[in-house]
Design a protein around this ligand. Structure first.
Ligand code: LMR
Length: 396
C-alpha cells in the first residue's frame, strides 16, 4: 500500500480549538481560542461596509477572469496607502508595491519563499514567543529559524534582552517584527523601542519583515502603523505582510498582501518579478473576492469612513473587554495579578495561566484558549465577565 507508512499528526493547536469548542455541549462555554472578533451577541459579523461593497460588486463586477500575478493593482495601491500612509514618498516614487496573497499567512509564505530563493543563506529571527505558524512556515520553507527574547517567564516585555540578542544576529539576516497587537502576547513595542530596534537594524544591516495582521485593533488605524512607517521612512529595503482578515472581518475570504519596499523603482521591478514567479508556483493567481471588497471600500469615501467607524467600534469593544475582565477579577483578589490584560493591545492576551490551568479551564469550565495561556479577549461575552472571572479564580 502506498499510504501505509503515513502517520496521523495532531491537529493545529489553534484551529483544533474551534472544533473542540463546537463539539462541547455545555451552553455556558467560552470561546477564547482562535483570533476572531465577536460582537455583543457572540457573532463574528460581516461588516456593514463589506456588505455594501459586496452588493456593489454583485451589480457591477463584469468578469471573473484571472487577476494578475500581483493581484488587483487598485487593491495593492489602496492597501499600501493604508499601511504606509497616503503621502508616503515610497508610493510617490514607486518604490513600494503590493503582491496580493491568500491572507496574511499567504504573504508570510511568499516572503519565506522569496528569502530562501533570492537571499540564500539568510536566517530568520522570530520573537519568543510568536504565532506558532511563523515557526512552521519558515521552517517548512527551509529557512534557518532563530529566536530573540521578547516576553519572559514573568509575563513582561523584555526590550533590553531583545536588543541584546539582536546584537548577535548575523549581519544581513531577516528580523521578523509584529507591527502591533503582538500575537500571542499582546505586548507591543513603544515608540522609543521601535527607534532603538531601527538603530540596531541599520547598524547590523538586518532586513526587517514586519507582520501587520491587526491594523486598527491596537490604538487605531493610523497609530498602529507608527513603527511600520518609521521603518519604511528610514530604511532602504523592507518587507511588510498585511492581512485584511481581522480589520475587514474577511477571515474566510483570505485577503492580504506582501508589500516590498526598495530604494529605487527599477529594483522594485526586479523584486516584484521574483515575487510573481514564486506566487505562480504557490497559488498561481490570488483569490479575488476579498480584495475586490477591500478595494471597493478603500476607494469609496463613504464606505471607507463607515468601515473606519466599524474598526474603531471593534477596537474600543476589545479595550472595554480588557478593562472589564480585570475589574471582574477584582472581587477574587486577582486584579493586580492580571493587570497586564488591561495594558496589552489587540485581540490577544498572554494571561500567564499555565498549560495545566488552561486544561482545567477547558475540562471543568468549558473555557477554550490556547495552551500557552493565550486568550482571545475579542471572543469574550461582556455579559458573562463575572462567570469567566470566577472560572479563572477557581483554577488559580
Ligand atoms: C490566531 O492566531 O488565532 C489567528 O491569527 C488565526 C490563525 O490563523 O491562527
Amino acid at each position: 500500500m502506498h499510504f501505509s507508512a503515513i502517520q496521523r499528526i495532531p491537529g493545529d493547536s489553534i484551529l483544533s480549538l474551534m472544533e473542540a469548542y463546537a463539539k462541547d455541549p455545555n451552553p455556558a462555554k467560552f470561546d477564547l481560542g482562535v483570533g476572531v472578533y465577536k460582537d455583543a451577541s457572540g457573532l463574528t459579523p460581516v461588516l456593514a461596509a463589506v456588505k455594501q461593497a459586496e452588493r456593489y460588486l454583485l451589480d457591477h463586477q463584469a468578469s471573473k477572469t484571472y487577476v494578475s500575478g500581483h493581484g488587483d493593482a487598485r487593491f495593492g495601491q489602496l492597501l499600501s496607502e493604508l499601511v504606509l500612509g497616503k503621502d508616503s514618498p515610497l508610493l510617490n516614487q514607486q518604490r513600494a508595491g503590493a503582491t496580493q496573497t491568500p491572507g496574511g499567512t499567504g504573504a508570510l509564505r511568499l516572503a519565506g519563499e522569496f528569502i530562501r530563493h533570492c537571499l540564500p543563506g539568510r536566517g530568520i529571527w522570530l520573537s519568543d514567543p510568536t504565532w506558532p505558524i511563523h515557526e512552521s512556515i519558515f521552517a517548512e520553507v527551509g529557512l534557518k529559524v532563530g529566536h530573540y527574547p521578547y516576553v519572559g517567564d514573568d509575563n513582561r516585555l523584555h526590550v533590553e534582552a531583545m536588543l541584546q540578542a539582536l546584537e548577535n544576529i548575523p549581519r544581513g539576516d531577516v528580523l521578523l517584527l509584529h507591527a502591533c497587537c503582538h500575537n500571542p502576547t499582546g505586548f507591543d513595542l513603544h515608540h522609543e523601542d521601535w527607534q532603538r530596534v531601527l538603530d540596531l537594524v541599520k547598524r547590523r544591516d538586518l532586513l526587517p519583515l514586519i507582520d501587520f495582521a491587526y491594523q486598527g485593533f491596537g490604538d487605531g488605524l493610523e497609530e498602529d502603523a507608527w513603527g511600520v512607517r518609521l521603518f519604511a521612512r528610514e530604511l532602504p529595503e523592507l518587507l511588510i505582510t498585511s492581512s485584511c482578515s481581522k480589520n475587514f472581518g474577511l477571515y474566510r475570504e483570505r485577503t492580504g498582501a506582501l508589500i516590498a519596499c526598495t530604494d529605487d523603482h527599477e529594483k522594485l521591478l526586479d523584486v516584484r518579478s521574483q515575487l510573481a514567479g514564486l506566487a505562480r508556483n504557490l497559488w498561481s493567481t490570488p483569490p479575488d473576492h476579498g480584495a475586490a471588497v477591500v478595494a471597493t471600500i478603500l476607494g469609496t469615501p463613504d464606505l471607507k469612513s463607515l468601515w473606519a467607524d466599524e474598526v474603531e467600534q471593534m477596537r474600543s469593544r476589545i479595550a472595554q473587554l480588557r478593562a472589564g475582565l480585570v475589574e471582574a477579577l477584582e472581587p477574587h483578589g486577582l486584579a493586580a495579578r492580571f493587570a497586564h490584560i488591561g495594558e496589552q493591545r489587540g485581540m490577544f492576551s498572554y494571561t500567564g495561566l499555565s498549560p495545566d490551568q488552561v486544561d482545567r479551564l477547558r475540562d471543568e469550565h468549558s473555557v477554550y484558549m490556547v495552551r500557552s495561556g493565550r486568550a482571545n479577549v475579542a471572543g469574550i461575552d461582556a455579559s458573562r465577565l463575572d462567570e469567566l472571572a470566577k472560572a479563572i479564580a477557581r483554577v488559580c
